[in-house]
Design a protein around this ligand. Structure first.
Ligand code: BES
Ligand code: ZN
Ligand code: ZN
Length: 503
């Protein structure tokens, strides 16, 4: 993405751009008041047009006003952020996305945001937070996975976004907000790119190479285990799932020591890295199978988050663990009825080879104990059942520590990567009882997201743990305001916010 983001000291009248964006709230009576800062000629015009278009300032509403030489830029886009009592930073992200989409439609290249119009409305948020929301809406909405088109449409893209304000002090804050927000968006976009890449491009070896190249560029460590080492370490679940594929598995370990003290207990993130999930011998139906190239969304989120945390130089130690494999049917594939011995010695009966995510995560969760973690959070596109339960607007959350889950809830509301807790009641445990092994990898028709969570719980060590089933929000079937159809990069902003706001 080569959209330039800049801050500038300027007035609305003087700013030079193809379109100026001005945020307006949904208080009909006060729209006129909000427009009072405009030159009289523009104010009258804006009022007239907003009346004509029946513009109410609702979130996502937009109204174009010709400048008639009252300002330097050719026109103004009034964009709604909704009702004041319902203000969340999310409204700004969406308004920013709406404004840029409209500007792009109008063939604008250089778009300027009147920062003060947002700061006035969102007075309870800091300038940095407001900047971050505007930048996220801008950068993430203009994302497009167009790598595989032989003809690029770069000419249609927005090339520069300017945030301007009249005060030097505010411009300074905008500048630092932009640099942080850019790092976070680049991390999210990395995750999206990895998700959207087809499985003939991203498979275990190349996923590991992507992690290594990020580590090298941004100064953290990345260790990659090949098959022989995975065998030595007795990761039976990962080996079983990969046994049907000609592509060898990898186990990826990302390490960032921000405290400079290797003794400080790390935050551990585990990401499901199934680079293609055909279902294996329990093969999936053909419809929508292509989306299963994104069954490594958890891994993508972990790589994006660790990269971002490292680039922001946050004062924590973080370890990312990624079991990476394909799940394919073949003569060598794991079969229904097989018994697998996982890292740590526990066994599982594979009743359905399509419930492969939990098999590889079990090894990683058991291994995580050796890192003496402060906590472990796993992210996985684990179950279709979770998508049935929550749709695409929330991540399913289960775990053994209320405090950590609460922190995730708060981070989820702030970033709008919202999480929703599901219960791990004891009764569900019986559903995954096996007649011949310690546990069975499926639990029958009901409560599928929860029985998957319970399976993982059987393999955790003595640590605080949260499981995030991102199957819904990671893989979008329709465009959302600032996330196009496809991989959303969900999890990156959530984890970064969690770490950023830690204690
Ligand atoms: N990767 C899928 C889950 C999934 C489905 C993610 C749809 C995103 C969208 C997972 O490996 C799987 O196939 N789970 C099975 C479990 C079942 C066999 C118990 C499922 O959800 O159907
Ligand atoms: Zn599966
Ligand atoms: Zn899967």
């Amino acid at each position: 993405m080569n959209m330039k983001l800049t801050s500038q000291k300027s007035t609305l009248k003087q700013i030079k751009s193809d379109a100026v964006v001005f945020f307006v709230s949904e208080e009909t009576k006060s729209i006129a008041k909000q427009l009072e800062i405009f030159p009289k000629q523009l104010k009258n015009l804006a009022e007239k047009i907003s009346l004509l278009e029946n513009f109410k300032g609702k979130n996502d509403e937009i109204c174009k006003v010709y400048a008639n030489n009252a300002i330097t830029s050719p026109f103004l886009l009034l964009v709604g952020v909704g009702k004041k009592e319902k203000f969340l930073l999310e409204m700004l992200r969406r308004a920013s996305a709406t404004a840029l989409n409209k500007a792009k439609h109008l063939k604008a290249k250089k778009v300027a945001f009147d920062f003060s119009s947002s700061a006035k409305l969102f007075s309870q948020n800091s300038s940095e937070e407001i900047t971050q929301a505007i930048v996220e809406g801008a950068m993430l909405s203009q994302y497009k996975f167009d790598k595989y088109f032989s003809e690029k449409k770069d000419k249609e893209k927005i090339s520069e976004v300017i945030l301007f304000d009249v005060s030097d002090e505010t411009v300074k804050k905008i500048k630092s907000g932009i640099s942080i927000a850019k790092i976070i968006c680049v991390g999210t976009i990395l995750a999206r790119d990895l998700q959207n890449a087809p499985s003939n491009e991203i498979y275990p070896e190349t996923l590991a190479a992507a992690a290594q190249s990020s580590a090298k560029e941004f100064g953290f460590e990345c260790e990659v285990w090949e098959k022989s080492k995975i065998e030595e370490e007795k990761f039976g679940g990962l080996l079983a799932v990969s046994s049907g594929s000609v592509k060898e598995p990898r186990f990826i370990i990302l390490k960032y020591n921000g405290t400079q003290n290797t003794e400080t207990q790390p935050f551990v993130f585990v990401g499901k890295g199934v680079t293609f999930d055909s279902g294996g011998i329990s093969i999936k139906p053909a419809a929508n199978m292509a989306e299963m190239k994104m069954d490594m969304s958890g891994a993508a989120a972990v790589i994006g988050a660790v990269q971002t945390i490292a680039r922001l130089k946050l004062l924590v130690n973080v370890v990312g663990l990624i079991p990476a494999t394909e799940n394919m049917p073949s003569g060598t594939a794991v079969k229904p009825g097989d018994v697998v011995t996982h890292r740590g010695g526990k066994t599982s009966e594979v009743d359905n080879t399509d419930a492969e995510g939990r098999l590889i995560l079990a090894d990683a969760l058991a291994f995580a104990e050796t890192l003496k973690p402060q906590f472990v959070i796993d992210l996985a596109t684990l179950t279709g059942a979770c998508v049935v339960a929550l749709g695409h607007f929330a991540t399913g959350m289960m775990g053994n520590d209320d405090e950590l889950m609460n922190k995730l809830k708060v981070a989820g509301e702030k970033t709008y990567e919202r999480v929703w807790q599901l219960p791990l009641f004891d009764e569900y445990e019986k559903l995954i009882k096996s007649d011949i092994a310690d546990v069975k990898n499926v639990g029958g028709r009901w409560g599928g997201a929860i029985t998957a969570g319970w399976f993982l719980k059987k393999f955790i060590g003595d640590y605080k743990w949260v499981h995030l089933d991102i199957a819904g929000p990671a893989i979008l079937e329709d465009n959302q305001s600032y996330a196009p159809k496809g991989g959303s990069g969900v999890g990156v902003r959530l984890l970064v916010e969690l770490v950023k706001s830690w204690k």
